[in-house]
Design a protein around this ligand. Structure first.
Ligand SMILES: *Cc1c(COP(=O)(O)O)cnc(C)c1O
Length: 388
């Protein structure tokens, strides 16, 4: 029986939480209408704008990442509106479902799981829309289900050229992991969630909104109450909330954003990038194949194919032997891939440990030699050192 309670979370959310943040969570709640709480909201709002590299509003909603995406959709669009949905994984599929649920007319632009969305397809559909009937382009930046990052910068430039359509983007596993300059890329709606790059538990979601999106909100007729963003904007003028927010999660957010500011955006992006390179190259040294197109690897999650090995059994062994939780494949990828989350509060030790755990498991299965196991560590170490 292994020692308990030393779980290492290496899934793409919830992610590990720093001690300081846990302590903030453990404080007594305070009144959400108090001056003390308003001061905290003022601080988190400023730091959220810093993290998003934006002067736009960034609202905090009590709810998971899906709430922020749904809010973006229902606050800016109307029944029957035509939208493009980019779909190359499980989350892309979710946004199609939400759009259809609210009676939007969806034009899908797909790409196979593991491959990125092709920006040229967006360009073509947008250029052909001379009547400006397309009201929004909904897509996922880092597609967590496959470990692919889509070329949001290029796609957004085509959306901007269209001039009418808004971008509504799921940046849940890219914000706080890689560069997402919201203002520079002119993104209209950017959604994210607390249990990912923010290093706090699940329960809060964030939504950055451009002026253009607020103008669209004036015409939107889809039903909404709790997620009506105008109420959040109005309350934010007094650093407040329309309803009772998850007060302790806001304490935690304040702490984690301060930690992020201390580390600095460039350092945060560097760290995620080197961890991505270390893991992806180490698994290749172990004769495993990456699921995602190598030029489009997500900064926060690496999906690994396990040809000839049941990925679910593999994950179970790593959990039992090392207390490291890896993610499995979703839908038709279940049993075929495992996914290593390296998002948020992750350091080099976590990377070396997970590479060793994977090597050890393959060694025990007789799939690799001791020398290969050693080489994988050398490869990982090289990437960790080269860029530090
Ligand atoms: C985690 C995640 C979400 C949000 O999921 P919730 O469970 O609603 O927090 C959305 N998109 C992506 C890409 C994610 O990884």
């Amino acid at each position: 029986m292994a020692i308990q309670q030393k779980l290492s979370l290496m899934i793409p959310g919830p992610t590990p939480v720093p001690e300081k943040v846990l302590q903030a969570l453990g404080k007594h709640p305070i009144g959400h209408r108090s001056k003390e709480f308003q001061d905290i909201v003022e601080s988190t709002t400023k730091n959220l704008q810093w993290l998003h590299q934006t002067q736009n509003d960034v609202l905090t909603i009590t709810g998971s990442g899906t709430a922020a995406m749904e809010a973006g959709i229902i606050n800016t669009l109307s029944k029957g509106d035509k939208v493009i949905c980019g779909e190359n994984g499980k989350f892309g599929e979710r946004w199609v479902k939400v759009a259809k649920e609210f009676g939007l007319e969806v034009i899908k632009i797909n790409s196979e799981w593991g491959t990125p969305l092709d920006p040229e397809k967006f360009k073509k559909v947008l250029e052909e829309d001379t009547q400006k009937e397309i009201k929004a382009v909904i897509l996922t930046h880092s597609e967590t289900s496959t470990g692919v990052i889509n070329d949001l910068k290029t796609i957004s430039s085509y959306i901007c050229k269209h001039n009418k359509a808004l971008s509504i983007v799921d940046c849940v596993t890219s914000i706080g992991a890689c560069n997402v300059p919201v203002d520079e890329w002119e993104l209209d709606i950017v959604a994210s969630g607390s249990q990912k790059g923010y290093m706090i538990p699940p329960g809060l979601s964030f939504i950055a909104i451009s002026q253009k999106a607020w103008e669209a909100a004036e015409k939107s007729n889809l039903p909404k109450f709790y997620l009506n963003l105008k109420s959040y904007k109005k309350s934010l003028l007094s650093n407040s909330n329309p309803y009772t927010p998850a007060v302790n999660l806001v304490f935690a957010l304040d702490e984690s954003l301060k930690m992020m500011r201390e580390e600095g955006l460039d350092n945060i992006f560097f760290r995620h990038n080197k961890h991505k390179l270390a893991i992806s190259n180490a698994v290749k040294a172990l004769n495993l194949k990456l699921f995602a197109n190598e030029k489009y690897l997500s900064p926060s999650i690496t999906a690994v194919k396990t040809e000839g090995i049941d990925a679910e059994e593999f994950r179970k062994t790593i959990k039992n032997n090392f207390d490291i939780l890896l993610a499995g494949g979703q839908d038709h990828m279940k049993g075929k891939i495992f996914r290593v989350g390296h998002l948020g509060y992750v350091n080099d030790r976590d990377i070396i440990t997970v590479v060793s755990a994977i090597s050890n498991t393959l060694l025990n299965l007789g799939k690799i030699t001791g020398q290969q196991a050693g080489e994988a560590l050398v490869v990982a170490s090289r990437y960790l050192e080269e860029i530090s």
